[in-house]
Design a protein around this ligand. Structure first.
Ligand SMILES: C[S@@+](CC[C@H](N)C(=O)[O-])C[C@H]1O[C@@H](n2cnc3c(N)ncnc32)[C@H](O)[C@@H]1O
Length: 241
Protein backbone atom coordinates (compact mmCIF):
# COMPACT_ATOMS: atom_id res chain seq x y z
CA UNK A 1 0.00 0.00 0.00
CA UNK A 2 1.33 3.45 -0.93
CA UNK A 3 2.06 5.71 2.09
CA UNK A 4 -0.41 8.34 0.91
CA UNK A 5 -3.20 5.73 0.73
CA UNK A 6 -3.00 5.87 4.53
CA UNK A 7 -2.11 9.48 5.25
CA UNK A 8 -3.57 11.29 2.23
CA UNK A 9 -7.28 10.97 2.97
CA UNK A 10 -7.86 14.64 3.85
CA UNK A 11 -4.90 16.06 1.89
CA UNK A 12 -6.81 18.62 -0.14
CA UNK A 13 -8.33 20.16 3.02
CA UNK A 14 -5.11 22.08 3.84
CA UNK A 15 -2.94 21.43 0.77
CA UNK A 16 -3.98 23.74 -2.03
CA UNK A 17 -1.65 25.29 -4.63
CA UNK A 18 -0.33 28.61 -3.36
CA UNK A 19 -0.63 31.12 -6.27
CA UNK A 20 2.57 33.00 -5.32
CA UNK A 21 4.52 29.72 -5.49
CA UNK A 22 2.70 28.67 -8.67
CA UNK A 23 3.92 31.89 -10.34
CA UNK A 24 7.54 30.69 -9.98
CA UNK A 25 6.62 27.36 -11.57
CA UNK A 26 4.79 29.06 -14.43
CA UNK A 27 7.81 31.28 -15.18
CA UNK A 28 10.26 28.37 -15.05
CA UNK A 29 8.16 26.26 -17.42
CA UNK A 30 8.78 28.85 -20.15
CA UNK A 31 7.48 27.61 -23.50
CA UNK A 32 6.90 23.98 -22.40
CA UNK A 33 3.53 22.82 -23.72
CA UNK A 34 3.37 19.13 -22.79
CA UNK A 35 4.24 18.38 -19.17
CA UNK A 36 4.45 15.27 -16.98
CA UNK A 37 3.89 15.96 -13.26
CA UNK A 38 5.50 13.25 -11.13
CA UNK A 39 4.31 12.56 -7.58
CA UNK A 40 1.35 14.67 -8.62
CA UNK A 41 -0.90 14.02 -5.63
CA UNK A 42 -4.14 15.92 -5.93
CA UNK A 43 -2.75 18.12 -8.74
CA UNK A 44 -1.32 21.18 -6.98
CA UNK A 45 0.81 23.42 -9.23
CA UNK A 46 -0.21 21.66 -12.44
CA UNK A 47 -0.28 24.52 -14.98
CA UNK A 48 -3.79 24.85 -16.43
CA UNK A 49 -2.49 26.57 -19.54
CA UNK A 50 -0.59 23.43 -20.68
CA UNK A 51 -1.26 19.77 -21.42
CA UNK A 52 -0.40 17.82 -18.25
CA UNK A 53 -0.14 14.08 -17.67
CA UNK A 54 0.06 13.22 -13.96
CA UNK A 55 1.99 10.32 -12.41
CA UNK A 56 0.96 9.29 -8.89
CA UNK A 57 1.28 5.97 -7.00
CA UNK A 58 -1.48 6.48 -4.39
CA UNK A 59 -5.07 5.70 -5.35
CA UNK A 60 -6.30 7.78 -2.39
CA UNK A 61 -4.56 10.83 -3.89
CA UNK A 62 -5.71 10.01 -7.42
CA UNK A 63 -9.34 9.93 -6.26
CA UNK A 64 -9.03 13.51 -4.95
CA UNK A 65 -7.85 14.82 -8.34
CA UNK A 66 -9.97 17.09 -10.48
CA UNK A 67 -7.34 17.65 -13.20
CA UNK A 68 -6.72 15.69 -16.43
CA UNK A 69 -5.14 12.31 -17.24
CA UNK A 70 -3.27 10.39 -14.55
CA UNK A 71 -1.13 7.25 -14.62
CA UNK A 72 -0.74 5.22 -11.41
CA UNK A 73 3.04 4.73 -11.17
CA UNK A 74 6.15 5.72 -9.23
CA UNK A 75 8.87 8.14 -10.29
CA UNK A 76 11.53 5.42 -10.38
CA UNK A 77 10.08 3.77 -13.52
CA UNK A 78 8.11 6.22 -15.65
CA UNK A 79 6.02 4.38 -18.26
CA UNK A 80 6.86 6.77 -21.12
CA UNK A 81 9.23 6.75 -24.10
CA UNK A 82 12.38 8.90 -24.07
CA UNK A 83 11.75 12.58 -24.76
CA UNK A 84 7.95 12.33 -24.60
CA UNK A 85 7.49 15.68 -22.79
CA UNK A 86 8.69 19.26 -22.99
CA UNK A 87 9.00 19.35 -19.20
CA UNK A 88 8.83 17.04 -16.19
CA UNK A 89 7.84 18.51 -12.82
CA UNK A 90 7.92 17.21 -9.23
CA UNK A 91 6.48 19.34 -6.42
CA UNK A 92 7.22 18.61 -2.73
CA UNK A 93 7.41 14.88 -3.40
CA UNK A 94 11.02 13.85 -4.01
CA UNK A 95 11.69 13.16 -0.29
CA UNK A 96 9.12 10.36 -0.46
CA UNK A 97 10.70 8.48 -3.36
CA UNK A 98 12.38 5.18 -2.55
CA UNK A 99 15.19 6.11 -4.95
CA UNK A 100 15.24 9.82 -5.78
CA UNK A 101 18.27 9.50 -8.08
CA UNK A 102 16.46 6.96 -10.22
CA UNK A 103 13.35 9.17 -10.25
CA UNK A 104 15.27 12.28 -11.32
CA UNK A 105 17.11 10.27 -14.01
CA UNK A 106 13.72 9.08 -15.27
CA UNK A 107 12.46 12.68 -15.41
CA UNK A 108 15.51 13.64 -17.48
CA UNK A 109 14.96 10.68 -19.79
CA UNK A 110 11.35 11.52 -20.60
CA UNK A 111 11.58 15.33 -20.74
CA UNK A 112 13.66 18.15 -22.15
CA UNK A 113 13.44 20.29 -19.01
CA UNK A 114 13.11 19.19 -15.37
CA UNK A 115 11.65 21.27 -12.52
CA UNK A 116 11.87 20.05 -8.93
CA UNK A 117 10.35 21.96 -6.02
CA UNK A 118 11.86 20.75 -2.76
CA UNK A 119 13.32 21.89 0.51
CA UNK A 120 16.89 22.83 1.37
CA UNK A 121 17.47 20.67 4.42
CA UNK A 122 20.00 23.05 5.94
CA UNK A 123 17.38 25.79 6.14
CA UNK A 124 14.80 23.32 7.42
CA UNK A 125 17.13 22.23 10.19
CA UNK A 126 17.24 25.78 11.58
CA UNK A 127 13.45 26.27 11.51
CA UNK A 128 11.89 26.99 14.93
CA UNK A 129 9.72 23.90 14.77
CA UNK A 130 12.79 21.80 15.49
CA UNK A 131 12.65 23.20 19.06
CA UNK A 132 9.50 21.17 19.55
CA UNK A 133 9.51 18.17 17.21
CA UNK A 134 12.11 15.81 15.87
CA UNK A 135 9.64 13.83 13.76
CA UNK A 136 10.69 15.75 10.66
CA UNK A 137 14.09 14.07 10.88
CA UNK A 138 12.54 11.06 9.22
CA UNK A 139 11.73 13.23 6.24
CA UNK A 140 15.04 15.04 6.31
CA UNK A 141 17.03 11.85 6.26
CA UNK A 142 15.50 11.13 2.88
CA UNK A 143 15.53 14.67 1.53
CA UNK A 144 18.44 14.98 -0.90
CA UNK A 145 20.86 17.88 -0.71
CA UNK A 146 20.02 20.52 -3.33
CA UNK A 147 23.56 20.28 -4.74
CA UNK A 148 23.16 16.53 -5.26
CA UNK A 149 19.94 17.08 -7.21
CA UNK A 150 21.75 19.67 -9.35
CA UNK A 151 24.54 17.13 -10.01
CA UNK A 152 22.12 14.39 -11.07
CA UNK A 153 20.50 16.89 -13.42
CA UNK A 154 23.90 17.69 -14.94
CA UNK A 155 23.58 21.36 -13.95
CA UNK A 156 20.58 23.44 -12.92
CA UNK A 157 19.47 26.84 -11.69
CA UNK A 158 18.36 26.97 -8.06
CA UNK A 159 15.64 29.52 -7.37
CA UNK A 160 14.72 30.53 -3.81
CA UNK A 161 10.93 30.50 -3.44
CA UNK A 162 9.81 32.49 -0.36
CA UNK A 163 6.86 31.24 1.67
CA UNK A 164 4.12 33.87 2.18
CA UNK A 165 2.89 34.31 5.78
CA UNK A 166 -0.61 33.22 4.74
CA UNK A 167 0.48 30.41 2.39
CA UNK A 168 -2.54 28.24 1.51
CA UNK A 169 -0.43 25.16 0.79
CA UNK A 170 -0.03 23.69 4.28
CA UNK A 171 3.33 21.91 3.98
CA UNK A 172 5.56 21.43 7.03
CA UNK A 173 7.06 24.93 7.01
CA UNK A 174 4.05 26.84 5.68
CA UNK A 175 2.93 27.97 9.14
CA UNK A 176 6.20 29.69 10.08
CA UNK A 177 4.21 32.80 11.21
CA UNK A 178 1.13 30.88 12.44
CA UNK A 179 2.50 28.63 15.21
CA UNK A 180 -0.98 27.84 16.62
CA UNK A 181 -1.74 26.01 13.38
CA UNK A 182 0.49 23.10 14.41
CA UNK A 183 -1.82 22.48 17.36
CA UNK A 184 -4.68 21.70 14.95
CA UNK A 185 -4.95 17.95 14.23
CA UNK A 186 -6.49 18.56 10.81
CA UNK A 187 -3.47 20.68 9.80
CA UNK A 188 -1.06 18.02 11.08
CA UNK A 189 -2.94 15.29 9.20
CA UNK A 190 -1.91 16.96 5.91
CA UNK A 191 1.83 17.03 6.79
CA UNK A 192 3.46 13.64 6.36
CA UNK A 193 6.02 14.03 9.15
CA UNK A 194 3.18 14.58 11.63
CA UNK A 195 0.74 12.17 10.02
CA UNK A 196 3.23 9.32 10.35
CA UNK A 197 3.78 9.96 14.08
CA UNK A 198 1.75 8.57 16.94
CA UNK A 199 -0.10 10.77 19.44
CA UNK A 200 2.38 9.66 22.11
CA UNK A 201 5.35 10.78 20.02
CA UNK A 202 3.80 14.18 19.37
CA UNK A 203 2.36 14.89 22.83
CA UNK A 204 5.47 16.38 24.54
CA UNK A 205 6.16 18.81 21.69
CA UNK A 206 2.53 19.85 21.40
CA UNK A 207 2.28 20.46 25.14
CA UNK A 208 5.45 22.59 25.11
CA UNK A 209 4.36 24.60 22.08
CA UNK A 210 0.97 25.30 23.69
CA UNK A 211 2.67 26.37 26.93
CA UNK A 212 5.21 28.61 25.12
CA UNK A 213 2.44 30.30 23.15
CA UNK A 214 0.37 30.87 26.30
CA UNK A 215 3.31 32.17 28.36
CA UNK A 216 4.67 34.43 25.60
CA UNK A 217 7.93 32.46 25.42
CA UNK A 218 7.43 31.66 21.72
CA UNK A 219 6.76 35.35 21.05
CA UNK A 220 9.92 36.41 22.92
CA UNK A 221 12.04 34.03 20.85
CA UNK A 222 10.36 34.26 17.47
CA UNK A 223 8.13 37.35 17.62
CA UNK A 224 10.38 39.05 15.03
CA UNK A 225 8.86 36.73 12.43
CA UNK A 226 5.51 38.48 12.90
CA UNK A 227 7.00 41.55 11.19
CA UNK A 228 7.65 39.62 7.96
CA UNK A 229 5.25 39.00 5.09
CA UNK A 230 7.31 36.24 3.55
CA UNK A 231 10.18 34.09 4.72
CA UNK A 232 12.79 31.74 3.29
CA UNK A 233 11.68 28.38 4.70
CA UNK A 234 14.10 26.56 2.40
CA UNK A 235 11.78 26.04 -0.54
CA UNK A 236 13.89 25.73 -3.70
CA UNK A 237 12.87 25.35 -7.32
CA UNK A 238 15.59 23.46 -9.18
CA UNK A 239 15.37 23.95 -12.95
CA UNK A 240 17.61 21.97 -15.30
CA UNK A 241 19.51 23.97 -17.90
C1 LIG B 1 3.44 15.85 -0.19
S1 LIG B 1 2.63 15.03 -1.50
C2 LIG B 1 2.83 16.22 -2.82
C3 LIG B 1 1.78 16.09 -3.86
C4 LIG B 1 1.72 17.21 -4.88
N1 LIG B 1 2.90 17.18 -5.74
C5 LIG B 1 1.57 18.54 -4.21
O1 LIG B 1 2.42 19.43 -4.42
O2 LIG B 1 0.59 18.74 -3.49
C6 LIG B 1 3.79 13.77 -1.96
C7 LIG B 1 3.28 12.88 -3.08
O3 LIG B 1 4.34 12.03 -3.52
C8 LIG B 1 3.78 10.79 -3.84
N2 LIG B 1 4.82 9.74 -3.90
C9 LIG B 1 5.28 8.96 -2.89
N3 LIG B 1 6.22 8.10 -3.35
C10 LIG B 1 6.35 8.35 -4.68
C11 LIG B 1 7.16 7.79 -5.71
N4 LIG B 1 8.03 6.81 -5.47
N5 LIG B 1 7.02 8.27 -6.96
C12 LIG B 1 6.16 9.27 -7.22
N6 LIG B 1 5.37 9.84 -6.29
C13 LIG B 1 5.47 9.40 -5.03
C14 LIG B 1 2.76 10.57 -2.75
O4 LIG B 1 1.84 9.54 -3.05
C15 LIG B 1 2.14 11.95 -2.64
O5 LIG B 1 1.04 12.11 -3.50
Amino acid sequence: MALYDEIGKSYSEHRRPEPRIAAYVERALGDARIVVNVGAGTGSYEPVSRVVVAVEPSITMIRQRRNGPVVQAGAEALPFADGSFDAATAFITIHHWSNWRAGVAEMRRVARRVLILGVDIEVLQSFWITDYFTLWEREVVRDPEVDDVVDVLGGADVITVPTPHDCIDGFLLAYWRRPEAYLDPSVRACISGFARSSDAELAPGLTRLRADLDSGEWGRKYGHLMELDEYDTGLRLVVSR
